[in-house]
Design a protein. Structure first.
Length: 243
């Protein structure tokens, strides 16, 4: 993701400790808070980094955290209900479901989101995942008014499984209280630690039913529920989606 250096209005309303350096949002460095009010042309670190980066760096995709195959991008915020937030231009945020939840529940048939203009509240199940006869509510990571929804997911839910952090986005919001509510979200190492705990918890549940973990080369598989339905759909969604 690349943000314009002149369009930082949404970022400036965040608490100082949650304001990511633009180089972090662009996937170039680990999380680093901005300490210069996004005045990049007056930032000594920005000047130093740009000088070094222009010589040594090779541009590539945005970096991601990887926890036993579960991916989560740098610069994104994570909610405990396994939804993500990406801050965009014009004081807007984009929201989706994370890789862990989609691996947990497997290929989904459809994902439903509120219609445009609908008000949603942080921590309430405003999104729905459907797989066959199964249904799971998904918590909204922020409060606000829906400004767009990914209609493709209503017919092709697997697009989220295939690309959860880009083409698989669910909705965009005009947030109502971003500065306060973002304190409940995780970023960088905090998000990585949380995902590691969730993977460990899943391992424990699997051990209870004495079934080997479905994995691809030592990583978490792409359809945990499909491989181990004994875990129970309701149990998995209640435990991890927290809805």
């Amino acid at each position: 993701m690349t943000l314009s250096r002149t369009d930082t209005q949404a970022l400036k309303i965040l608490p100082f400790s949650k304001r990511p350096c633009l180089h972090h949002l662009e996937g170039r460095i680990p999380f680093k808070p901005c300490t210069n009010d996004y005045l990049c042309d007056r930032c000594e670190f920005d000047q130093y980094f740009c000088d070094e980066y222009s010589v040594h760096a090779v541009l590539g995709p945005v970096k991601v955290l990887n926890v036993e195959g579960v991916q989560f991008p740098h610069g994104y915020y994570l909610h405990a209900g396994h939804t993500w937030v990406r801050i965009e231009e014009g004081s807007m945020v984009r929201i989706g479901i994370d890789d862990f939840a989609l691996r947990l529940l497997g290929p989904v048939d459809r994902i439903e989101a509120p219609l445009l203009g609908k008000a949603v509240k942080q921590g309430e199940p405003h999104m729905v995942i459907r797989r066959g006869e199964y249904r799971a509510g998904v918590l909204s990571p922020l409060s606000g008014v829906v400004t767009a929804m990914n209609a493709k997911l209503r017919e092709q839910g697997r697009a989220a499984n295939e690309d959860p952090y880009a083409e698989g986005w669910v909705m965009t919001l005009h947030p109502q209280n971003l500065r306060k509510e973002i304190k409940a979200l995780m970023i960088a190492q905090e998000a990585e630690s949380f995902l590691a705990q969730e993977v460990d918890h899943l391992h424990q549940l699997i051990e209870e039913i004495s079934v080997p973990l479905a994995a691809d080369g030592g990583t978490l598989g792409t359809d945990v529920f499909g491989a181990m339905p004994q875990l129970g759909w309701e149990r998995l969604t209640r435990t991890f989606l927290r809805a």
